[in-house]
Design a protein around this ligand. Structure first.
Ligand SMILES: [Mg+2]
Length: 324
């Protein structure tokens, strides 16, 4: 059956989840949930995203609510710790404690190489054997990337697992790859999920690893199609969704043919409270159906003007959908 806009709006719950730490400059994460035959789906494009950019997020939410999942290939999903762009050592220590047993830390960088190196050192002080991933969100120039990656590699050595989106554009990624003198893998995130048509771009000579985020890429089927189209190893990561969207990311991680890397799906830990508890045990999360806690939904639910804003947004984005 196909979920209709009216059905989605009838079950709509809009939430404002308070963060435990500032992430992506956010202290509150607004998101929308609606229900279909298969369960809840999450529509969570950040509030500044355009309707057009939000379309794939809606497709993912509809797919989650509507479609039954294929059988899983695995249940235990290894995850990384996610460290925001903070240089408060006590805060970094506390954040790392939310991720028991992980062997990989993903660190947001790009706030200046001195600060970045200090942040990496603070993480390594507590997790000296952990693999380090850094996420630049495209904020370096090619020249900066060339020197910053060397500076970081000098400290981490081969524990530097990859650098995510060091520069913004596809052309810059290719230039960087050509100029690199150290053997460090490059992962692409925005280059895929912000592309007008992510099937139309060639990533040859640009990146080594593909970030797959189920919501911005339009759901499990489309994310898996993108992975097989580009023939690159994948890292599954979240888009800072609530437990509903995270469960869907876990469902993707449980179904990709090869899962060679820890996933960035432990971001529930960055919330004060979530609509379900997703425990991290020995650096892994179980991919399973986490029951939604409706008392918590009620506690963090938005009414009035914000609810209206999300209703209107969903209606507008729904109208951008192409007939199947
Ligand atoms: Mg990223």
């Amino acid at each position: 059956m196909s979920l209709t806009l009216e059905e989605a709006l009838a079950s709509l719950r809009v939430l404002a989840l308070p963060m435990r730490t500032t992430f992506r400059s956010l202290d509150i994460r607004e998101t929308a949930l609606f229900k279909g035959e298969n369960g809840w789906g999450e529509f969570a494009p950040f509030v500044e995203y355009s309707d057009q950019e939000s379309l794939q997020w809606l497709e993912s939410a509809i797919e989650a609510a509507d479609k039954a999942l294929s059988p899983a290939l695995r249940e235990s999903i290894p995850i990384n710790a996610t460290v925001p762009a903070s240089n408060d050592e006590a805060e970094i220590e506390q954040i790392l404690s939310w991720y028991p047993g992980v062997d990989t830390a993903k660190i947001k960088v790009g706030t200046g190489i001195k600060e970045d190196l200090a942040r990496i050192a603070a993480v390594r002080k507590h997790l000296p054997k952990a693999k380090i991933r850094i996420d630049v969100n495209g904020s370096w120039s090619v020249k900066e990337a060339l020197s910053n990656i060397i500076a970081i590699y000098e400290v981490t050595g081969d524990l530097l697992e990859y650098v995510e989106q060091p520069v913004a554009s596809l052309d810059e990624l290719k230039q960087l790859k050509e100029g690199m003198s150290v053997d460090v893998k490059i992962a692409g995130d925005e280059v895929l999920r912000k592309a007008k048509d992510p099937f139309a771009i060639s990533l040859d000579g640009a990146i080594d690893i593909l970030m797959l985020k189920v919501s911005p890429l339009g759901g499990i089927k489309r994310a898996m199609d993108l992975a097989s189209h580009h023939k690159l190893p994948v890292v599954i990561s979240s888009a800072l969704e609530s437990a509903i969207g995270i469960s869907y990311g876990l469902a993707l991680a449980a179904r990709v043919p090869n899962l060679d890397y820890a996933c960035g799906l432990g971001t529930s830990a960055l919330f004060n409270q979530d609509v379900s508890d997703i425990p991290i045990v020995n650096g892994a999360i179980k991919a399973t159906n986490y029951p939604i806690d409706l008392d918590r939904v009620e506690r963090y639910e938005l009414k009035g003007e914000r609810l209206e804003w999300w209703r209107n947004r969903i209606s507008r984005v729904w109208n951008l959908r192409r007939p199947a």
